[in-house]
Design a protein around this ligand. Sequence first.
Ligand code: CO8
Length: 263
Amino acid sequence: SVEHRVHENLVETRSGAVATLRIDRERALGALSRPMVEALGGYLTALRSDEDVRVLVLTGTGRGFVAGADITEYSGVTRTAFDDYQKLSRGVFDQLAQLPQPTIAAVNGYALGGGFEIALCCDFLVASTAARFGLPEVSLGLLPGGGGTVRLARQVGVRLTKELVLTGRRIRPDEAQWLGLLTALTEPDDLLPRADELAATLAAQAPLAVREGKRLVDDGVETGLATALTREQQVLSWLSTTDDAREGIAAFLEKRAAVFHGR
Ligand code: CO8
């Protein structure tokens, strides 16, 4: 595997078709500085059209996944500068949520504020027993600005979202699992192996089916039922014409593993 530093605090490792981006800022528990958000945006833009990468894993270092935005940048900031930063972060969070490739948050420690919001933008969430989730912005006199009030409500409902947003209470991984937020819960040492195993499973599936499946689910919950059901059939109809579908069916009949090429 090849390691590449995208930014001082962001390290990418590639292994086959899986890219792992590790937030490397342990002394601030992974808090996201503005330059880190900018670098993440640039990284995601390049990744979108990188056909060598079929899955993205996001993880942190030590006790921190991402302990939110870097609070030291907010003291005395003007409204214009704040709005400018919000615009940037909105774009980056949207890019993550809309990445064509599936994404896995491998949450090793604190996932607070923007860190929890990053995890909510990912398609899968594997958490270690050391993970902690929360939206503490209210205690700063602020509120979540990266979809915390919106994406969390869509995933776990309005009642709990209001509690977490208005009280800042942190939840532990067993509660997160019970709420259906987690794909898997592991011991700390098993976190990355478990995320890698899931990534390998996803990377072995037909890329077009995976990409379209992600989009159908995300768009489907935002659309009326009839429109979403029609769209599902349109996508399936198109997939039936792809080489990958021909290969998948042939491989099943020939009792061998399918080899997909994403066309
Ligand atoms: N920003 C900057 N530094 C941080 C942050 C942060 N978010 N979180 C932790 N750190 C730093 C601490 O200041 C400390 O630094 P130092 O060693 O220099 O004093 C170091 O990380 C270790 O932290 P602690 O000593 O506090 O470690 P503890 O184990 O005692 O506590 C906690 C861990 C509970 C995670 C604690 O650090 C904490 O509460 N952190 C802040 C969490 C938080 O409030 N996050 C939300 C930030 S706001 C946000 O994400 C969105 C704001 C709106 C953004 C809109 C613009 C787009």
